[in-house]
Write a protein that binds this ligand. Structure first.
Ligand SMILES: Cc1cc2nc3c(=O)[nH]c(=O)nc-3n(C[C@H](O)[C@H](O)[C@H](O)COP(=O)(O)O)c2cc1C
Length: 352
């Protein structure tokens, strides 16, 4: 139904507009008596065997929503009704910012992909805090935090600390986004010196709190191996709780869409199917290099339940989807969960 009817309709609109329509529709269900119950009945699947405990948090299932879909923390409970186990809200910056000029989100249907150069448009961490206070989450929520675009990199650590301190008691864990390709120079924060400064500063903020909220780092799929090695080392020595691998890629390799179409879109991060192999290789590498000591949330090109499973087999503990959700629709998490359960059952049957 989604692929036959709803997606073709939504794809008639420019991508960002379609996103707004979808979110507004989800939100409207709040006001229709019984609608949320029906949605939950259709899409939520409980599974004891897929419950995952990671860095002290019990996830009802390993399938989450990646950052960028609910930028301001307005829809986490609506998305919870679709059966996801957790969600990353944001990216949030200390001050609100408009992001880049539109158009800034594009579809490549032939590639089952998106290109975005949103530029971390968001209403700021304070606005997200207001949402979290007034609408108690019924889902595990991570805050994906970043720096404001006009904050110079040498002061970036202050931005991460501000948002972390503000949201500390209101979310379950944090993701430091140093890998968005759409904010000038942001990816330079993945360099050793600046990354040390950011990580050490947020850890210092955490030390002042009674509870120790997990802090993860989200990395780019475009890193050289030596950079990745340095990052893994830094994370391990500084007590980072895990890695989100990966953000979108700058690469435009192996696309099926006409070169002219891709060139006309211009800069931006590519997500969806063409990203999968790169993200999978990063997950494998981080898992092996850290001897499994860094828990991994896999994100990048998961377009089928089998690909979610491949990420888990490669060493990820949880997976996240964004583009796969846009192309597959609201039943995507249910399909992944069903697939994983079936796989577990047949594994158990083989072992007995
Ligand atoms: C429109 C859009 C906005 C995004 N915004 C963010 C963001 O604010 N912070 C972030 O860390 N990642 C952001 N991402 C990256 C996703 O969280 C995800 O890591 C990436 O899209 C790869 O996963 P996918 O192939 O399942 O989409 C965004 C992606 C898209 C498509």
């Amino acid at each position: 139904m989604y692929k036959l009817l709803i997606r073709p309709l939504l794809f008639l609109f420019p991508a960002e507009k379609a996103h707004k329509i979808t979110m507004a529709t989800l939100k409207a269900l709040r006001y229709i008596p019984g609608a949320r119950f029906v949605v939950r009945m259709c899409f939520c699947r409980r599974s004891k065997s897929l419950e995952t405990e990671l860095f002290g948090i019990k996830f009802p299932n390993p399938v989450g929503i990646a950052a960028g879909l609910d930028k301001n923390g307005e829809f986490y409970n609506d998305l919870a009704n679709l059966g996801f186990g957790f969600i990353e809200i944001g990216a949030l910056t200390p001050e609100p910012q408009p992001g880049n000029p539109a158009p800034r989100l594009f579809r490549l249907p032939k590639d089952q992909a998106l290109i975005n150069r949103m530029g971390i448009n968001n209403n700021g961490a304070k606005a997200a805090l207001k949402q979290l206070r007034s609408n108690t989450p019924r889902i595990i929520v991570a805050a994906n935090i970043s720096k404001n675009s006009d904050t110079p990199n040498d002061l970036a650590y202050k931005d991460y600390c501000r948002s972390l301190a503000l949201l500390y008691d209101f979310v379950d864990f944090f993701v430091l986004n140093v890998s968005c390709p759409n904010v000038k120079n942001l990816q330079q924060l993945q360099g050793n010196q600046m990354l040390s400064q950011v990580i050490e500063s947020v850890m210092e903020v955490r030390r002042y709190h009674e509870t120790s909220r997990p802090i993860l780092l989200k990395i780019s799929p475009d890193l050289e191996q030596s950079q990745l090695d340095e990052i893994i080392h830094l994370c391990l020595i500084n007590g980072i709780d895990g890695i989100v691998a990966t953000n979108t890629t700058r690469s435009r390799d192996n696309l099926k869409s006409p070169e002219k179409t891709v060139a006309a879109i211009g800069d931006g991060g590519l997500s969806g199917a063409p990203l999968f192999e790169k993200a999978l290789a990063t997950v494998k590498y981080v898992h092996e290099k850290s001897n499994g000591l860094l828990p991994i949330i896999a994100s990048g090109g998961i377009m089928t339940p089998a690909q979610a499973s491949q990420m888990l087999d490669a060493g990820a503990s949880l997976v996240e989807v964004y583009t796969g959700f846009i192309y597959n629709g609201p039943a995507f998490s249910k399909r992944i969960i069903r697939y994983l359960k079936k796989k577990e059952r047949s594994k158990a049957a083989r072992q007995s």
